[in-house]
Design a protein around this ligand. Structure first.
Ligand SMILES: [Zn+2]
Ligand SMILES: [Zn+2]
Length: 280
């Protein structure tokens, strides 16, 4: 199984225009792994895209992706859905002057309730077909099967177990606060070859400067690296872990993320970057 992290950012991409923080400044100066687009993962074997962020089209071009048969949407938040019109960009046939191919779109009921009506136009003109997936469903995507499950309050998030018969990957890409308990209680979510998860916020940057204040809403609403992500990694017991959804608010350059990853040994953890290829 081969996955490419198309975009390793979150609702904030890096660098943000005008932002003077150390992470954005370094990204502007050095480019490379410091530049992060919105969240997106491509699973090559199934021509599967996971999430449709605003800048997904340039991210697809950068990674050389030419065809998308399936789109999985983890949840309705705009950093995961606001680029939905990519179905027109990738499926338009110039000679026909209309849709050539069609992408099968899969989403949970909460996402469908909020957004499906605004996408019916793209379905009607042939660029996609919209499908709602119930938790526990196993989708056959040819060489890969994908088992869906829901988590987070009212199950508005979907996670996936991808299995190609040789390797299995667990993907929980956002809103992982308190998810460790659910993973610890469910054997389906344990012992995979790969875990891809949201990184979660850090209290301080590598220089000790505060990143998340005592009264920040991040503390009550969002996953924290130490409070949620490390327990999640331990509960999932995957052979290796890739952490993504990385923003300037994490206060770290790619090199500082590398140093943090090294400090976590014997846990095999890597921090994602745009264009990162993961082979299982
Ligand atoms: Zn997000
Ligand atoms: Zn910044």
């Amino acid at each position: 199984m081969r996955l490419t992290i198309l975009g390793s950012g979150g609702p904030l991409t890096t660098p943000r225009p005008g932002c003077p923080c150390r992470v954005c400044t370094a990204a502007r100066r050095h480019g490379g792994r410091g530049r992060r687009g919105g969240p997106g993962i491509f699973v090559h074997d199934a021509h599967l895209l996971i999430d449709a962020t605003e800048d997904i089209v340039p991210l697809l071009n950068s990674a050389g992706v030419e065809r998308i048969d399936h789109l999985f949407l983890t949840h309705w938040h705009p950093d995961h859905t606001a680029g939905f019109r990519f179905v027109e960009q990738v499926n338009f046939d110039v000679l026909r002057g209309a849709a050539g191919r069609r992408t099968m779109v899969w989403m949970n009921a909460a996402t469908a309730r909020r957004l499906a009506d605004s996408w019916r136009f793209f379905e009607a003109v042939g660029y996609c077909r919209l499908n709602v997936v119930e938790p526990g469903t196993r989708l056959d995507l040819g060489s890969i099967t994908a088992t869906w499950f829901n988590y987070a309050p009212e199950g508005f998030l979907s996670g996936f177990v991808l299995d190609d018969g040789r390797a299995r990957a667990l993907l929980v890409l956002d809103e992982t606060k308190d998810l460790a308990e659910q993973v610890a209680a469910d054997p389906l979510l344990q012992g995979h070859d790969l875990l891809v998860a949201e990184c979660g916020w850090f209290e301080r940057d590598p220089d000790g400067h505060i990143l998340v204040r005592e009264n920040s809403r991040l503390r009550t609403e969002e996953a924290g690296f130490e409070r949620d992500t490390l327990p999640l990694i331990r509960a999932a017991r995957a052979r290796r872990t890739v952490l993504t959804h990385l923003m300037d608010l994490h206060g770290r350059t790619p090199e500082e993320f590398d140093a943090l990853a090294a400090s976590l040994a014997p846990l095999d953890v890597q921090f994602a970057y745009d264009g990162m290829v993961v082979d299982l």
